[in-house]
Design a protein around this ligand. Structure first.
Ligand code: GLY
Length: 567
C-alpha cells in the first residue's frame, strides 16, 4: 500500500498561479475552466467542481483538482462514490505517458463462490446489502498514488479541505434527497448509517437540510495525519474488521493490509486518427469501447440515416455485451483474450451485421488466438485537464446507491457493495441485469468485473479529450455514443452528450431507449426487429475537450440540471 508522507508545498510557479486565479475561481456550476485557461474540471456536483477550482487556485494541477473533487464527492455525493469504494483512473501525465490506475475493490481472503448460498439456495440480496456485499476499498490507495506521482500539493491538504466541508455541512440537493427517500428502509437497517442519513424518527433528511458528517471528517483527518496506513491496517481497518466479525462479514484487518493498488497499461486502440486509451480488465469498459469502435470504423456513420445509425449501434452493443458476459473478468484469474480488440475480430463480427434487420446473438463469439494472447496480468465520473498536459479521467463508485448501506459506527464511511459485480452465481443476473460466467466468479483477492470506462484520447501524440460516465453497464455505451457523435458526426461535446441515448446489453434482448428518441426512429427500429424499452433519461457523462483555438471545453452531463430540479 502506498503511503503519503509528503508535506504540502507551494512552488514559486504555483504561487504565481495562485495570485492569478485566487480571486477568479468560481463555484456553483458543474463544469468550469479557470479564468486564465490553465485548468478545467467537470463533475456531477457543484461543490466538487468548486473544490477542484480551489485546488487550481492554490497552485495545483489537474491531478490535484481531480483528487480534491473525488474526496469532496465522498462528502456531498456519498451515495455514488467515496473512500469506502473503488475507482479506475486513466491519466495522461504531463510527461506524455498514459497510465491506468486500478483502485478496484478486492474480495476478502475468506471469500468463496458459495458465500451467497444458504441451505442450497442462492440469496442474491446478500451481495447487494450488508456486510457480505463489501469488497476491500481501493480509492484511498489510488488517490494517494496519484498525488504522490503527479500532484503538486499533498493528499493531506485535499483531505483536510474535504473534512472541513464534512464538518461544516452542506445543503442536501434534490438528487441526494430523492435517493435518501428511495432507500430509507435499507439505510435504517444499519445504526451507523441511519445516524447520518435519517432523522431521529427514521425519516430521510429533506432537500436543503444541512448534512454534517463529523465522523467522516474525523476519518479524513486521520488519513491526512497518519497517511494511507491509517486506512489500510491502522485505526480504520481495525474498526471495520471488528465490526465485520460481530456482524457476519468476512473482511478482516489483514485484508485491508493486503490491499494492492495495481498500475496497468491502458487498452489502446486507434479510431479515425485518434488513439483511444481505455481501462483494461478488470474493467470491461476499455475492451468493449475499443471492440465496438473497431466494428464501427468499417462504416461511414455520418452517411447513414439516423435510424440505421441507432440500429447499428444497438447491434454492435449486443455483440460486445455477449462477449463481455463470457470472457471478461479479473485478468489475474481469467483468460481475457486480447483478440477481442483486434481488427480481424472486428471484421468477423462486422460480417454478421445487416443494416436491414436485427441479428440474433445466441451466444458469445470467439476472437482469434483466444487461448494464447491474453490481457496481462451509481458511480461518478470526474474529468480534469491542465495546460501542463495532465489529463485525468476518474470513474469512482460504491456501486449501487449508498453501496452496501453499511456505515461502520464511528467511521462515517459508506462501504461499497462491489461484490455484486462478481457473477455471484454464474448465469444469475446482478443488480444491473448483467449475466456473467466463470471468468467473473468469486475468488479470494479477486477484483469484480466493472463497466467503468475512464477514457483519454490523443491525436498526433497530444491529449485532446478526457471522458467517462456513470450508470452501470450504460457507462460503456454512453462513452461510445459521445465519441461517435463527437468524432463521426462532428458535434460539439455538449450536443454529443445531449443526443438521445440507446443501450443494449445482450441480455435482456431489449433495446433501451431514452424518452427523447423520436417516434419515427423508434418505428424504424421496431421494423428492423428491435424490441424497445423506454428509460426516462439515464446516465451521466463528463468530458473535457479542446475548441479550435486550443481552449478547454468542459462539459458535465446536460441532463443534471433537470434531474436536480426540486419538485
Ligand atoms: N459498479 C459498477 C461498475 O463497476 O461497473
Amino acid at each position: 500500500m502506498v503511503t503519503s508522507t509528503r508535506a504540502a508545498f507551494l512552488s514559486f510557479t504555483a504561487l504565481m498561479v495562485l495570485c492569478l486565479t485566487a480571486t477568479l475561481a468560481r463555484g456553483g456550476e458543474y463544469a468550469e475552466v479557470t479564468d486564465n485557461g490553465y485548468g478545467a474540471v467537470a463533475t456531477v456536483q457543484p461543490r466538487a467542481t468548486e473544490a477542484a477550482m480551489n485546488a487550481y487556485a492554490a497552485g495545483g494541477n489537474a491531478v490535484d483538482a481531480a483528487v480534491a473533487a473525488a474526496l469532496t464527492l465522498g462528502v456531498v455525493d456519498g451515495h455514488n462514490s467515496g473512500i469506502g469504494g473503488g475507482l479506475f483512473a486513466v491519466v495522461h501525465w504531463s510527461d506524455g505517458r498514459v497510465e491506468a490506475i486500478d483502485g478496484r475493490e478486492m474480495a476478502p481472503a475468506a471469500a468463496h463462490r458459495d458465500m451467497y448460498v444458504r441451505e442450497g439456495e442462492y440469496r442474491p440480496e446478500l451481495s447487494k446489502r450488508g456486510p457480505l456485499a463489501v469488497g476491500i476499498p481501493g480509492s484511498v490507495a489510488a488517490l494517494d498514488y496519484m498525488m504522490e506521482k503527479g500532484g503538486k500539493a499533498s493528499l493531506a491538504r485535499h483531505l483536510n479541505a474535504a473534512a472541513d466541508l464534512a464538518e461544516n455541512g452542506f445543503a442536501i440537493d434534490g438528487i441526494f434527497a430523492r435517493r435518501l427517500k428511495r432507500h430509507t428502509e435499507d439505510l435504517s437497517a444499519y445504526p451507523g448509517t441511519a445516524a447520518i442519513f435519517l432523522d431521529a424518527q427514521g425519516q430521510p433528511w429533506p432537500v436543503g437540510h444541512r448534512l454534517k458528517q463529523p465522523d467522516l471528517a474525523k476519518t479524513y483527518r486521520a488519513i491526512a495525519e497518519k497517511g494511507g496506513s491509517y486506512f489500510y491496517g491502522g485505526g480504520f481497518a481495525q474498526t471495520v474488521g471488528q465490526w465485520m466479525e460481530h456482524n457476519g462479514g468476512l473482511i478482516t484487518r489483514e485484508d485491508f493490509a493486503d490491499y494492492e493498488l495495481i498500475r496497468r497499461r491502458p487498452v489502446v486502440s486507434e479510431y479515425r486518427g485518434y488513439s483511444v486509451y481505455g481501462f483494461p480488465p478488470p474493467s470491461s469498459g476499455g475492451v468493449h469501447v475499443a471492440q465496438m469502435l473497431n466494428i464501427l470504423e468499417g462504416y461511414d456513420l455520418s452517411a447513414l440515416s439516423e435510424a440505421n445509425r441507432y440500429h447499428l449501434l444497438a447491434e454492435v452493443m449486443k455483440l460486445a455485451f455477449a462477449d463481455r458476459a463470457y470472457w471478461l473478468g479479473d485478468p489475474a484469474f481469467a483468460k481475457v483474450p486480447k483478440g477481442l480488440i483486434s481488427e480481424a475480430y472486428a471484421q468477423t463480427l462486422r460480417a454478421r451485421l445487416s443494416l436491414e434487420k436485427t441479428t440474433t446473438v445466441p451466444d458469445y463469439s470467439t476472437p482469434p488466438k483466444a487461448q494464447e494472447e491474453l490481457f496481462g496480468k451509481h458511480t461518478t465520473h470526474i474529468a480534469t485537464a491542465d495546460k501542463d498536459g495532465n489529463w485525468v479521467a476518474i470513474t469512482s463508485t460504491v456501486n449501487t446507491n449508498f453501496g452496501s448501506k453499511v456505515v461502520v459506527p464511528g467511521t462515517g464511511v459508506v462501504l461499497n457493495n462491489q461484490m455484486d459485480d462478481f457473477s455471484a452465481q454464474p448465469g444469475e443476473p446482478n443488480a444491473y441485469g448483467l449475466i456473467g460466467a466463470e471468468a467473473n466468479s468469486i475468488a479470494p483477492g479477486k477484483r469484480p468485473l466493472s463497466s467503468m470506462s475512464p477514457t483519454v484520447l490523443t491525436r498526433e501524440g497530444k491529449p485532446v479529450l478526457t471522458l467517462g460516465a456513470a450508470g452501470g453497464p450504460t457507462i460503456i455505451t454512453q462513452v461510445l455514443q459521445t465519441l461517435i457523435n463527437h468524432i463521426d458526426l462532428g458535434m460539439g461535446l455538449e450536443d454529443a452528450m445531449r443526443m438521445a441515448r440507446v443501450h443494449h446489453q445482450w441480455r435482456p434482448n431489449e433495446l433501451f431507449v431514452e424518452k427523447t428518441l423520436v417516434d419515427p426512429i423508434r418505428e424504424a427500429l421496431k421494423e428492423k426487429g428491435h424490441s424497445l424499452r423506454q428509460l426516462g433519461d439515464y446516465g451521466s457523462t463528463q468530458a473535457i475537450g479542446l475548441d479550435e483555438q486550443g481552449h478547454f471545453v468542459s462539459v458535465a452531463e446536460p441532463r443534471l440540471e433537470e434531474r436536480n430540479r426540486v419538485e
